[in-house]
Design a protein around this ligand. Structure first.
Ligand code: AMP
Length: 114
């Protein structure tokens, strides 16, 4: 998508700190980390969010979760624990309309998710 922020990051038009990349996904450090480790994982194919996942193949969708696990390993939080979050829509405060998964860790998080 021409004007999508995360598509621009995938294309290298906006700089990012890459953590992991494969054929289907790109993972980079969040610009405003909410935990000591905060990585954003996106599919390279643009879909707007959870409500758009029918626009991905099952392989592309599964690749996102595998990339979250790889990013957690690279960040060194796979053993200590991490949270994978995706926000969808206004109530969830989704601010970028390109499906993405937050991989959060490096600290003890609250039990509550809302
Ligand atoms: P969400 O609010 O769930 O849509 O998440 C969007 C995330 O993208 C936020 O955590 C932002 O901090 C992050 N973000 C926005 N712009 C950039 C950027 N240029 N590089 C890295 N992360 C970004």
């Amino acid at each position: 998508m021409e004007n999508c922020l995360f598509c621009k990051i995938i294309r290298g038009e906006i700089p990012s700190t890459k953590v992991y990349e494969d054929e289907n996904t790109y993972a980079f450090r969040d610009i405003a980390p909410q935990t000591p480790q905060h990585i954003v994982v996106v599919p390279k194919h643009h879909v707007t969010g959870m409500n758009g996942i029918d626009g991905l193949t099952d392989a592309q969708l599964a690749a996102c979760l595998r990339a979250c696990r790889e990013a957690a390993k690279i960040a060194g939080i796979d053993e200590s624990g991490y949270r994978v979050v995706t926000n969808c829509g206004d109530d969830a405060c989704q601010s970028v309309q390109h499906l993405h998964f937050h991989v959060l860790g490096g600290t003890k998080m609250k039990e509550s998710m809302a």
